[in-house]
Design a protein around this ligand. Sequence first.
Ligand code: CTP
Length: 404
Amino acid sequence: MPIFSGKRILLGVSGSIAAYKAADIASKLTQAGAQVNVILTPGAEKFVTPLTFQSLTGRRAYTDADLWGGEAHVLHVGLARQADALLIAPCTANTLARFAHGLADNLLAITALANTGLLVLAPAMDGGMYDAPATQANLKILIDRGATIIGPAEGHLASGMSGRGRMVEPVEILGHLRLALGRAGGLAGKSVVVSAGGTQEPLDPVRMLTNRSSGRQGYALAQAALDAGAQVTLITAPTSLTPPVGAGIIHVETARQMLDAVLKASAHADALIMAAAVADFRPTRAARNKIKKRDGIPQIELEATEDVLEAVSARKFRVKRPKVTIGFAAESRDLLLNASEKLKSKKLDLIAANDISAADAGFGVETNRVTLLFADGTQESLPVMSKSQAAETIIARVATLLET
Ligand code: CTP
């Protein structure tokens, strides 16, 4: 996750049972290359220890004991100034109230007061405390000041009751944090539409024609565009993947639905990236009832589907949108020849060609080996890399194309 690489994240942990989940957040951020400084409130220390965080981050974790130590007069200022973001997870009702009213009675509260950067809070408290007018008013104060509030989620609470107050799960918290960090990126203010996954064409109520696309490359492109600060719409055929936090999601199944959704979403977009594997043929008629074995082997007549990119390009002459159109070419032979033909016939600005016959590229695998072909005739061969890395490179080229 390069968005976290080299970033200085200050993780504040306050006194909730969800404090044990903060260890997972610290671990994931560290593994993603961030430099994580942790501050525990006295309440947090009752649930977890500084050693837990020191072991995970390889860095010292701070407590109120440090407030009265030798470096105390500068510690909070230093920690706050260095941070790219201050993430409080879990954030109790009490810590929330401290921040809202500018109290400075523990190291975390003092540091938050000195912080001028991003403030991201993941509340965790009992449902009744969350609903309390005082908590709601405090949340409003912090939102008005520009803080990002994540959750809380509905579900089982420590009190044994059920309601709104659970801390959002670490993976989702990190999604929100990267969204906040990416906001000032190279695609800030731009809108990007990404399509992903393999469309499904019904034969009858239980059967369909589909393909091997996992959706991974498209989802990685949506995430990379979000990391670069874009407003992202992800139009997805069914996949087993979790959509990135912050993307507007449109679910489709068939090529026809994909066409309608892409035409609508891209009418005002800056860029369209068609990573979806759209069916080229569909059964002329989908049987209303299940096709029965006893009726013999069916003859299935197929008809051509609409080509989404061709439809977008045909409309572009009128609406001038999307400004940049990117396609993918999945080929098992004559890779560059076929890809450059698609680049021209679909009137694209860029096509990412991948050889699906290679074991390390294409459908269903984690990695990809992509050659980028630009409308001006230039080519760029990328080495084998993860689909996330390929996505980051493509998004960087989209940003350049949008500048020119
Ligand atoms: N595509 C599309 N609409 C279709 C089929 C494909 O918009 N009905 C898009 C894909 O999303 C991709 C690009 O066109 O970005 C190339 O898709 P690909 O399947 O490689 O090419 P096809 O045009 O379908 O040609 P062929 O299958 O014969 O190689």
